[in-house]
Design a protein around this ligand. Structure first.
Ligand SMILES: NC(=O)c1ccc[n+]([C@@H]2O[C@H](COP(=O)([O-])OP(=O)(O)OC[C@H]3O[C@@H](n4cnc5c(N)ncnc54)[C@H](O)[C@@H]3O)[C@@H](O)[C@H]2O)c1
Ligand SMILES: N[C@@H](CC=O)C(=O)O
Length: 478
């Protein structure tokens, strides 16, 4: 597959569909064209909803056991094509192959989890206030769901939405990011092979996101929009969804504080910060964005962090030695460079890691910014790159205050040996996810999501299933 030029249509109603135009997909590590995909628009967006609406009438009436069996088959089909899927992610998104394999396992874990969870959508009976009445509560699928996903986790951000939607009895129309449509189409191919009925999953690829999403937002048959991406676009979608009062779930940007308390195990903190900060070249919504270290342990922390930084290798994700692949595009490189320049101009000291790959590609070397202050752009705006600003604090209350001083509230981390501090921080940080001595908290069985402008709703866990269910109350007069 590597190096070959692919051509792919959209996946609508169980068939490959082409629109008039195609758009190119490029490898960010080489600038080579990987393939061309159909550039869908209004017509294809409409066709996808027609198919999903038709399919909903049948899919929603299947038993939970039947839907679970379909999801199990999809899980199996993906397992069998793990290597092909992982190589596709590295090709179009750039992350190291080992991380891409990890993403497929992670993506597939949502399908497995929700195949099981499908069978546990329980209702309630509630004691009535009259002896001649009975009160029942049932949960029903919301209907057709529109899912709009980003490029940084091109498989997992799709399955984390689609698996619970299908388990609940919904059908979906998906618009993947234009940088990574091929992974989405491969997932759909796996679903097709697995026998998921036509129309249940539809993928519309496009270079004009708003043209497609506007159709879905205006169509009253689409009952829910589930989005992962930037806070800016999330707000726009929420506004447009108001017109037909759709349900909305938003997984948006983050600005994760990573707090290292005075009593922390420094080696564990450095290992944690390396995993949290540099995974996917720093292009993860829950990546450590700002590092706050207690002033009394700053020096040993920075020394150990510098040593760890120097062990990283920047390069093409297909090379075994690579820890950090390319960023996604030129704009990402410019944003990261801008943040570094801004921090240096305001007094930060740059500690640079190994040189970036000299070949073509959107490569950038990892950097620690020591002496960072909260007025720097890297401490206020999501970086999405391998930049690690380090600032000091003198007491726990100060660390919490500074960590909370942002509109974002997705993930936060604290490293400490004290149970008291662990509870103090986790209860006072205004974040949807708090990793205590844990730099990688995301998992299928736990609720993932943000507070404040980092989003609405949760993905994963039984809470992730509720996002796709209506609660219906039935009052019976005997
Ligand atoms: N909270 C989470 O779980 C989570 C997970 C992954 C990524 N993210 C966030 O995603 C962002 C990075 O992803 P991105 O750059 O692809 O974000 P983005 O908002 O630019 O794009 C996300 C998706 O929205 C589409 N889109 C863009 N403009 C649109 C418009 N006007 N109307 C409709 N759709 C539109 C894109 O084509 C893509 O499919 C970061 O902010 C990151 O933190 C959040
Ligand atoms: N890293 C997140 C996705 C956001 O980018 C995850 O692990 O689910």
């Amino acid at each position: 597959m590597d190096g070959a030029i692919l051509q792919k249509g959209m996946y609508i109603n169980g068939e490959e569909v082409y629109a008039g135009d195609l758009f190119a997909v490029e490898n960010p590590a080489t600038f080579e064209k990987i393939g061309y995909v159909a550039d869908g628009g209004t017509r294809e967006a409409q066709m996808a909803v027609d198919a999903a609406h038709e399919a909903f009438l049948v899919w929603s009436k299947k038993t939970a056991y039947e839907r679970a069996a379909h999801l199990e088959n999809w899980f199996q089909a993906i397992s069998e094509r793990t290597e092909e899927l992982a190589r596709m992610i590295t090709l179009e998104q750039g992350k190291p192959l080992i991380e891409a394999r990890g993403e497929i396992a992670y993506a597939n874990s949502f399908i497995k989890w929700f195949a099981e969870e499908a069978k546990r959508v329980y209702g309630e009976t509630i004691p009535a206030s009259s002896s001649s009445k009975r009160i029942l509560v049932q949960k029903q699928p919301v209907g057709v769901v529109a899912a709009i996903t980003p490029w940084n986790f091109p498989a997992a951000m799709i399955t984390r939405k689609v698996a619970p939607a299908l388990a609940a009895g919904c059908t979906v129309v998906i618009k993947p990011a234009p940088a990574t449509p091929l992974t989405a189409l491969l997932l759909a191919e796996c679903a097709h092979e697995a026998g998921i009925p036509e129309g249940v999953i539809n993928v519309v690829t496009t270079n004009d996101a708003a043209a497609v999403s506007d159709v879905w937002l205006e169509d009253s048959r689409v009952k829910k929009i589930t989005f992962t991406g930037s806070t800016k676009v999330g707000k726009q979608l929420m506004e447009k969804a108001a017109k037909t009062v759709k349900k909305v779930s938003l997984e948006l940007g983050g600005l994760a504080p990573f707090i290292i308390a005075e009593d922390a195990d420094i080696n564990a903190a450095v290992k944690g910060v390396m995993q949290s900060k540099f995974r996917n070249a720093g292009q993860t919504c829950v990546c450590a964005n700002r590092i706050y270290v207690h002033e009394n342990i700053k020096e040993p922390f920075i020394d150990a962090f510098k040593t760890a930084l120097n062990s990283l290798r920047v390069g093409n994700g297909f090379e075994q030695s690579t820890d950090i692949g390319p960023l996604i595009n030129e704009a990402a490189i410019e944003k990261v460079k801008g943040q570094i320049d801004d921090a240096i101009s305001k007094g930060a000291k740059a500690i640079r890691g190994p040189k970036a790959d000299e070949r073509k590609g959107f490569f950038i070397e990892p950097v620690i910014l020591s002496g960072a202050t909260d007025d720097m752009a890297c401490m206020r705006e999501e970086t999405f790159g391998p930049v690690a600003p380090v600032s000091t604090f003198s007491d726990d209350a100060e660390a919490v205050r500074r960590a909370n001083n942002t509109p974002y509230g997705l993930a936060a981390y604290v490293f400490t040996k004290s149970l008291q501090k662990a509870f103090y921080y986790s209860e006072n940080l205004e974040y949807g996810i708090v990793g205590v001595n844990d730099p990688l908290p995301a998992t299928a069985q736990a609720p993932f999501g943000g507070m404040k402008e980092s989003g609405l709703g949760r993905e994963g866990s039984r809470h992730g299933m509720d996002e796709f269910l209506e609660v219906k109350y039935i009052s019976i007069q005997l």
